[in-house]
Design a protein around this ligand. Structure first.
Ligand code: ATP
Ligand code: MG
Length: 422
């Protein structure tokens, strides 16, 4: 039997309600902040990611799916969305419309990693990019948007960790200082970090290896920001305080992609275990210019949707299937008439389902229960002759005869009573 590829998963109907809940809650909040949706292709030229994310990063070195297409072009499945969005921003001159272009996206990303809980090869992210301003309040807006999404979903026990890498110059100083600080421990680092020492020393501070983590924790944090970047970071912290968002300053946060400057942040959540980052982001003030655009500052974040699902796992029971009305049909040859009425109710916007298998009434009632029906129409020959049906309120467990002309109102009233608010 054929199986889904390792590290990929089907999102089955039983899980889809939770996915929809997450996506629609996020969409509501994107609207509150005036972020507009962008959908970019899943495939791009591989060089886009190599240039932007950085040649020495794990994503480019080890995780990116790259293949040659029939025209021998080097194509990558996108490992993240920021690079694609910057490409689309420049290609379509999106910056001309507004001083700050505020975009959001939801979609699949691909990284060839070892699959484990909260880590897949095809996974999904939802995120934002705010392009066009270096104002620290925009960092605050983006972080508060992430916090508001978590609040809307009821994700609790999360920590917001922030840091600043400074401008390119500061970042170079930080790299230099950390290289010196790490040097005495070089032999104790994992093999990968030994390589990172030469190529990308900051990545050592992002390593998940326990030994490397310990060494990283022992290294004193640097205070190397220039006055402009230090002022920016202070303003971000002040802004977060003013709107009541708790945060922890963690100088060890460096992020795994080369393009970050100034503010970087990660949100961790207690229920996720080792893979505890649910959301990550920061400023990337040099990227757009590096990609051929004008000097344009920007800031963004990405949530991992699978990790949001893991954080909500214990509340999954709150999201139940819902159906306005189920048709239980009794008596010979009544299906066609029932189907006709069902069609009329669907015209009125009511969600309806019916049993196509002509099961017993008891079996049909069990099915109605399973589908989360608020009402059941028991469609029988005698009643229909009198222009009536029996209507069962599944919440109150009461049944009554209803005139066909009143049926829509009655069903709506039952649905209202039983509405689940998520
Ligand atoms: P990690 O430290 O877990 O490897 P990362 O630093 O590679 O994460 P980013 O590139 O910043 O992650 O992506 C942002 C978010 O996307 C992460 O915080 C996480 O929630 C999610 N994410 C990243 N990689 C995966 C994956 N392979 N499977 C599922 N979710 C992922
Ligand atoms: Mg990773």
């Amino acid at each position: 039997m054929l199986k889904a590829l390792r590290g990929t998963k089907d999102i089955l109907p039983a899980d889809a309600a939770l996915w929809q809940f997450i996506e629609s809650s996020a969409r509501d909040i994107f609207a509150i902040y005036d972020y507009k949706e962008i959908r970019t292709p899943v495939i791009e030229e591989a060089s886009l990611f190599i240039r932007s994310i950085g040649n020495a990063t794990d994503i480019v070195q080890k995780e990116m799916y790259v293949f040659s297409d029939r025209g021998e072009r080097s194509i990558a499945l996108r490992p993240e969305a920021t690079a694609s969005i910057v490409r689309a921003y420049l290609e379509n001159s999106l910056g001309q419309e507004k001083a700050v272009t505020k975009l959001f996206y939801i979609g699949p990303m691909f990284r060839s990693e070892r699959p484990q809980k909260g880590r897949q090869r095809q996974f999904h992210q939802l995120g934002v990019e705010a392009i066009g301003s270096d104002n620290p309040l925009l960092d605050v807006e983006v972080i508060s948007l992430a916090a508001r999404i978590m609040r809307a979903l009821g994700i609790k026990d999360f920590n917001l960790n922030i840091n600043s890498l400074g401008c390119q110059k500061d970042k170079a100083n930080i790299i230099e200082k950390r290289r010196k600080a790490v040097k005495p421990y070089l032999n104790s680092l994992c093999d990968e970090c030994k390589e990172r020492y030469n190529k990308n020393v900051l990545r050592i501070f992002d390593c998940k290896n326990a030994g490397c983590r310990k060494i990283a924790e022992g290294i004193e944090s640097d205070n190397l920001l220039c006055s402009d970047c230090a002022g920016h970071f202070e303003a971000v912290k002040k802004g977060l305080k003013v709107i009541g968002i708790n945060f922890i300053v963690d100088p060890k946060i460096v992020r795994g992609l080369d393009y970050y400057t100034k503010t970087v942040f990660e949100v961790t959540q207690k229920d996720l275990g080792a893979k505890d980052a649910i959301c990550a982001g920061g400023r990337y003030n040099s990227l757009i210019e590096e990609m051929g655009g004008k000097d344009t500052p920007a800031v963004g974040f990405a949530f991992g949707i699978e990790r949001m699902i893991l954080s909500l796992e214990k509340d999954r029971h709150l999201i139940k299937p819902e159906l306005d009305v189920f048709f239980a049909v009794t008596g010979e040859g009544m299906h066609e008439k029932a189907f006709q009425l069902m069609n009329n109710l669907r015209d009125k916007g009511l969600s309806c389902d019916i049993d196509y298998d002509e099961k017993s009434l008891k079996a049909q009632m069990r099915m109605a229960e399973k589908l989360g029906a608020r009402s059941v129409i028991i469609f029988g020959e005698d009643e229909i002759k009198r222009e009536k049906v029996s209507l069962r309120d599944m919440l109150k467990r009461e049944q009554k005869e209803v005139d066909l002309k009143d049926i829509v109102e009655e069903i709506k009233a039952n649905s209202k009573k039983g509405a689940i608010s998520c």
